[in-house]
Design a protein around this ligand. Structure first.
Ligand code: HEM
Length: 399
């Protein structure tokens, strides 16, 4: 069967392509807009099974060896090893060891204790917006600074150079230019290495301090693993919740009935968060796995050493799983969506992201009940990434 080629329109509206792909080629080989040949899994049931399938691995080094056996020598990427030795690129037992190290800090109970501080951060951002002009980019003014301030405080990182980190992180996730990609990876690696070395010299009792202390006892955590842990948590803090707040707000502003329902009954917010995640969640194809042995997914046999991307965006709109899947309904019971993944890599930060979302929407809607879109929706662009899904900007009028 000919390989399906996904064009740049896939960034703007993947949903249109997915209704055809799910129907005609639910698990098939595709060429991504960046030119990579991968296997794409699009149906809910197959996606859920694949995410929990122990035959699908994550470890880079193992994948590299398999790929070299098939295609010949492939250059190694030293910088990437420095920041990629984290739990999301590891299999058991390494995955288990790495996740356990920070797991306690992310339980629902530990996260619930952060509520007052998250409310304070949201309120102070809203104060600034209230004192400023009526027209703002909601991503810059609110959706981005809120989660980034929270994760930096949680880690114990002051991050004065936040804009640099945001630019590097954007390049890493969406640039197809190899040189720009490598430059961004080395800048992040250098930044985080300095941070970790500084903590080694001057220990602290925050989360980064605990990670660095564990790396001082090298049987628990290597130096690269400490740097990579900070990388993963900061990237997750930069690239995900911003889009839960951004895309969720955009959906409400385009749907007055849903907006009115939520404004009149704020108790619906936690449920609405689940529906925003289902309807157009922040993680699209950032679910990289590879087949360690020949594997059957959705009745299709995939050989060993192939890259498999599970489309959370598609699974969450599969009409076989969700009645009226394309429609946003803030009252829908949607908790079994796959926006946070499934299986052993299920999002560690899910309780934090849910709490941030709940606080962010509750505070925003009560402060600016007349919030309105300040752009023709056809002029809004989506980030040119297949990994992450989110708007480039979200112009709004506050009053
Ligand atoms: C893993 C989504 C926020 C930390 C994941 C995965 C998904 C995901 C889909 C699994 C990917 C896979 O299986 O390949 C999201 C979404 C978020 C969010 C939609 C916001 C709405 C966060 C936050 C943090 C975080 C705020 C913490 C700061 C992590 C970590 C992993 C992970 C550490 C790796 C878990 C593992 O490998 O065991 N996330 N995430 N995430 N997420 Fe999140």
């Amino acid at each position: 069967m000919e390989c399906l080629r996904l064009g740049p329109e896939f960034f703007t509206d993947p949903h249109a392509d997915y209704s055809w792909i799910r129907e005609q080629r639910p698990t098939s080989r595709v060429i991504t807009p960046q030119g990579n040949e991968v296997w794409l899994v699009t149906r809910y049931a197959d996606a859920r099974a694949a995410l929990a399938d122990p035959a699908l691995h994550k470890d880079n080094a193992e994948f590299h060896a398999l790929a070299e056996a098939r295609y010949g020598p492939i250059p190694r990427h030293e910088i990437k090893n420095e920041i990629n030795s984290h739990m999301l690129a590891a299999d058991p037992p390494d995955h288990t060891r790495l996740r356990k190290l920070v797991g306690k800090a992310f339980t629902a109970r530990a996260i619930a204790a952060l509520r007052p501080r998250i409310e304070e951060i949201a309120a102070s951002l809203l104060d600034e917006m209230e004192a400023g002009p009526d027209r703002v980019d909601l991503l810059d003014a609110y959706a981005f600074p809120l989660p980034i301030t929270v994760i930096c405080e949680l880690l114990g990182v002051s991050m004065g150079d936040r804009d640099d980190f945001r630019a590097w992180s954007n390049t890493l996730l969406q640039s197809a230019d190899r040189e720009a990609h490598t430059a961004a990876a080395s800048s992040i690696a250098a930044y985080l290495t300095a941070l970790v070395d500084e903590r080694r010299a001057h220990p602290t009792d925050d989360m980064l301090g605990a990670i660095v202390a564990a790396s001082a006892e090298s049987d628990r955590l290597s130096r690269n693993e400490a740097i990579s842990m900070a990388f993963l948590l900061l990237i997750a803090g930069h690239e995900t919740t911003v889009n839960l707040i951004g895309t969720g707000t955009y959906a409400l502003l385009r749907d007055p009935a849903q907006f009115a329902a939520l404004r009149s009954d704020p108790a619906l917010v936690p449920n609405a968060i689940e529906e925003f995640l289902r309807w157009d969640g922040p993680v699209h194809l950032a679910t990289l796995r590879f087949t360690a042995s020949p594997t059957v997914i959705g009745g299709v046999r995939i050989p060993a050493g192939e890259v498999v991307l599970v489309s959370l965006t598609s699974a969450n709109r599969d009409p076989e799983r969700w009645p009226d899947a394309e429609t946003l309904d803030v009252r829908r019971p949607a908790t079994s969506h796959l926006a946070f993944g499934h299986g052993i890599h299920h999002c560690l930060g899910a309780p934090l992201a849910r709490l941030e979302g709940e606080v962010a929407f509750t505070a925003l809607l009560s402060r600016f009940p007349a919030l309105a879109l300040d752009a023709d929706p056809s002029t809004l662009t989506w980030r040119p990434s297949t990994l992450i899904r989110g708007l480039d900007r979200l112009p709004v009028r506050l009053r």
